[in-house]
Ligand binder design. Structure first.
Ligand code: SAM
Length: 361
């Protein structure tokens, strides 16, 4: 296959006839469609549900993949069925020249969708160049409309920057903006309709996310989870009937429609996981590949790459690992009695790869 930048990649002989869109599936019959690529583990805010500690162990800079290395790895994934790339972090806009990476990804004809998940603190500065580079979509994480609450939640005073970032993304022409809000009981569960109306006002779809007990969430407890059914009940009280949208989609968000037509989503990974449809995996900024947000170990693709593996070898490696995948971490968590934070702070200090901000959320 010839790429738009002139590179040519041969299909490995053993995969040639098997890599049709539906051929490569894991042990539970799940295809590989979406890759979340964390471009940095650093973040410029400190959300209480993600980075509650004062100090963190960061990935060594020399271990971070450069853009050529990243795109080589991503090529191997797209050869195996991935067509959606989500750039994430840490905060992805902290990675210098992110637009250059987007431009490089746009030369890969197998990629259908390139999305960015950001806290939007720096989005006003970068929205236009990212749009010009060919970024398709932006999802902004915004948990509150109250500036004081934003400071309490993130320990940074950037609420106005986030709102300016969202406005810049709109003006730059991004369609299908999404707002992701993690809902925590007693913290921001009084803002569901406010966030919904904010989204409606700017033409963005709001997705309410259940607080997850993943790495980083060391303050997690079941009592703080504002569940899918809590969200539906609360919005039902205000808006009346809520209709589920029946969709054939592997998106993590279940979508619903209010009687007045407004559509919103719920990502219920804590109480109602979607493992059986999970077609995503995660690549950290230093090239470790995780098949599940709850996986405790990843595959070191950086080592294979820096040891000189050919693209063909990388493609075969990704295929063979995916075929053996049987992770369903979120479902198994629901079977846990006395559920508490998944990873202890001591373990997180020993291995930053266990952190949510390293894996990209
Ligand atoms: N900095 C970017 C952002 O804020 O969108 C990307 C990285 S962030 C880790 C990705 C997503 O993970 C965000 O939407 C964030 O709200 C979510 N997240 C982090 N910790 C979470 C938790 N414990 N439960 C649920 N969602 C979480």
């Amino acid at each position: 296959m010839v790429y738009a930048d002139g590179r040519m990649i041969r299909e490995p002989a053993d995969l040639k006839n098997t890599l049709t869109r539906d051929a490569l599936t894991d042990k539970l019959g799940r295809p590989q469609r979406s890759l979340r690529v964390s471009v940095t583990d650093r973040c410029n805010i400190r959300c209480r549900y993600c980075m509650p500690e004062e100090h963190y162990v960061w990935l060594p800079r020399e271990e971070l993949l450069n853009f050529e290395e990243l795109t080589s790895l991503i090529d191997a994934f797209t050869f195996n069925g991935v067509e959606d790339i989500h750039l994430t972090g840490g905060e992805p806009l902290l990675r210098p020249n992110l637009a250059t990476l987007v431009r490089m990804l746009r030369t890969n004809p197998r990629i259908r969708d390139i999305a960015l998940t950001t806290n939007a603190v720096l989005l006003a500065k970068h929205a236009t160049e990212l749009r010009d580079a060919g970024l398709h979509r932006v999802t902004v994480s915004l948990d509150t409309l109250q500036p004081d609450r934003f400071v309490a939640l993130t320990r940074r005073d950037n609420h106005a920057d986030v709102l300016a970032g969202i406005e810049s993304a709109r003006r730059a022409g991004f369609q299908n903006l999404k707002i992701n809000a993690v809902v925590i009981r007693g913290v921001n569960d009084d803002e569901l309709s406010g966030l919904l109306e904010f989204g409606r006002g700017i033409g963005a779809e709001v997705r309410f996310i259940e607080y997850m007990d993943v790495g980083g969430a060391t303050d997690w407890s079941p009592t703080k989870v504002f569940s899918r059914s809590d969200v539906l009940e609360k919005l039902g009280q205000k808006y009346g009937d809520i209709e589920p949208l029946i969709e054939n989609s592997s998106s993590p968000a279940e979508r619903f429609k209010l009687a007045d037509g407004a559509v919103f989503g719920i990502i219920a990974s804590t109480t109602t996981p979607f493992c059986k449809n999970c077609d995503r995996s995660r690549l950290t900024a230093d090239g470790l590949w995780y098949l599940c947000l709850y996986a405790k170990a990843g595959f070191d693709l950086r080592k294979i790459l820096r040891d000189g593996a050919t693209t063909e070898a990388l493609i075969s490696r990704v295929a063979s690992v995916w075929r053996e995948r049987e992770d369903r971490g979120a479902e198994l968590r629901t079977l846990e009695k006395n559920r508490s934070a998944f990873i202890s702070i001591d373990q997180l200090r020993k291995d930053p790869h266990l952190e949510m901000h390293t894996r990209g959320g």
